[in-house]
Design a protein around this ligand. Structure first.
Ligand code: DX5
Ligand code: ZN
Length: 226
């Protein structure tokens, strides 16, 4: 299992987005997490395809992980794919026809993924596990950065890892919300491997160093995994 850090640009300074995103990648981040919010599915508004297109232009080789926290994602998937998204994840709670939505993402050349809110049980997505690149477990209520990690996410990660093992599948397990130096050890030991972090990378101090230290803490924790 390869541990990867996915810095979330939600906590970056949007007036210096390209520069800050590059610093996070220089610090060891390998995936840029782009939080898309519509003010309906979640109580906040962030970015759309235009910003993703600008990031793609600034970082031609970066993996852009677009986390859609929006209603009716099918309407916008083609635009995010055209903007240069690499991965597109949609919330189980936002998709009446989840299977169709995941197929739509794939048909536009992006890796499909599904996201679970804190109150949604892992088993709600059992039937699509064979078609996703990753499952994203929210460890905060989506909508804002810098919230406190909800510990119940740990048992969801463990359950998901067990289901993956029992089905012989290879999707990856991503965690999003409250990932920081004091939580990353438990998160990695539970079995998450794609670590989204906003505040811990961009919040304060040196972005490059923050990313480097977080990744180092995560990798050290894998050595003590049960
Ligand atoms: C929250 C977003 C997260 C957010 C995480 O709705 O999906 O990606 O940036 O922020 P931190 O790492 O600050 O908890
Ligand atoms: Zn996110």
């Amino acid at each position: 299992m390869t541990i990867e850090l996915a810095p979330s640009i939600l906590s970056a300074n949007f007036a210096r987005l390209g520069e800050e995103a590059k610093a996070a990648l220089d610090g060891g981040g390998t995936v840029l997490h782009c939080d898309v919010m519509d003010g309906h599915f979640v109580p906040n508004i962030t970015i759309g395809p235009l910003v993703v297109a600008s990031l793609r232009k600034a970082l031609p080789n970066a993996t852009l992980d677009c986390h859609l926290m929006i209603e009716n994602p099918d309407e916008f998937i083609p635009a995010f794919a055209a903007a240069g998204a690499s991965w597109i994840s949609v919330h189980q709670e936002a998709c009446v026809h989840l299977y169709r939505t995941l197929q739509l993402i794939e048909s536009h050349g992006c890796k499909p993924a599904v996201v679970l809110n804190p109150a949604t049980p892992v088993h709600m997505v059992d039937e699509v596990l064979d078609m996703v690149h990753h499952v994203l477990i929210m460890s905060v209520n989506p909508g804002f950065g810098a919230q406190k990690f909800i510990p119940g996410a740990l048992h969801k990660i463990k359950t998901l890892a067990e289901v993956r093992e029992s089905l012989g599948l290879s999707f990856r397990i991503e965690i999003d919300g409250g990932v920081a130096l004091d939580t990353v050890g438990d998160i990695v030991r539970a079995g998450a491997e794609l670590l989204v972090a906003g505040n811990a990378v961009f919040g304060k101090g040196d972005i490059r160093e923050n990313a480097r230290k977080l990744l180092e803490a995560a990798r050290t924790a894998t050595l003590t995994r049960a």
